[in-house]
Design a protein around this ligand. Structure first.
Ligand code: B16
Ligand code: MG
Length: 218
């Protein structure tokens, strides 16, 4: 059996919080008079909070101190967390839940590998707290994707080698991170079109076909 575990990115794979990221960054950008649109928001996929802020500040002509930047990121996060409060178990699609359950029943270990420091709160909103065997997120890493740290930590928490895990991603940075860590990857959306991705998917449940092709007896 090629894979024994699946490591899932969170935003863009298990759930979709881009709209909340967008609204929260937009509020901050508007207050500072910075141009911000959905296209710029797309560049923030899989990127850490402080790196996202730097991308938004490319359109700002004033220099800010590290303290000021940190305060802006904190403010954005407060707005974002408030918006996340609107999420309910209904934001978890039937397709995602059924696929996760099938993988679990087939004996795979399941983990999260996300850049978000709000991972645990989001999982709680979705009714997935205590569901995963391991969670590696923005709170336990010092380098963000495309560095492989978040996935290497997830594999370490599961006590698996990278070659035994499949990473599921929606962002190019995540696919590159997986490759650099020695993981195969399955991509959705932008990640599916990436040259570096191992398997391209049209929808989340395609994962079942991928693991079946790599495993006897499922
Ligand atoms: P936070 P992922 C990423 O999550 C998001 O895609 C990205 O837009 C966000 O900036 C990053 O988390 C940090 O999130 O501000 O909540 O710590 O795709 O790696 O699950
Ligand atoms: Mg993502």
């Amino acid at each position: 059996m090629k894979y024994q575990a699946v490591i899932f990115d969170l935003d863009g794979v298990i759930c979709f919080t881009d709209k909340y990221h967008y609204l929260a960054w937009k509020e901050m950008a508007d207050e500072l008079g910075i141009y911000f649109d959905e296209k710029i928001n797309n560049r923030l996929r899989g990127v850490s909070r402080m790196e996202s802020l730097e991308i938004i500040l490319e359109k700002y002509d004033k220099a800010l101190s590290e303290e000021e930047k940190f305060a802006l990121a904190e403010k954005k996060n407060k707005t974002y967390v408030k918006l996340l409060g609107k999420m309910t178990k209904n934001d978890l699609s039937k397709e995602v839940k059924e696929t996760l359950d099938t993988l679990r029943e087939s004996g795979f270990q399941l983990a999260i590998g996300s850049s978000s420091k709000n991972t645990k709160f989001i999982l709680e909103r979705l009714g997935l707290d205590h569901y995963f065997d391991a969670i590696s997120d923005g709170t336990n890493i010092s380098r963000s994707k495309p560095d492989p740290e978040v996935f290497l930590k997830a594999a370490e928490f599961l006590q698996k080698k990278p070659q035994q895990c499949l990473v599921v991603e929606d962002a190019k940075a995540g696919v590159i991170a997986a490759g650099r860590g020695g993981f195969d990857s399955a991509g959705l959306g932008e990640a599916a079109a990436c040259r570096e991705v191992t398997y391209s998917m049209n929808s989340f449940s395609d994962l079942l076909k991928i693991v079946k092709e790599n495993q006897s007896g499922m």
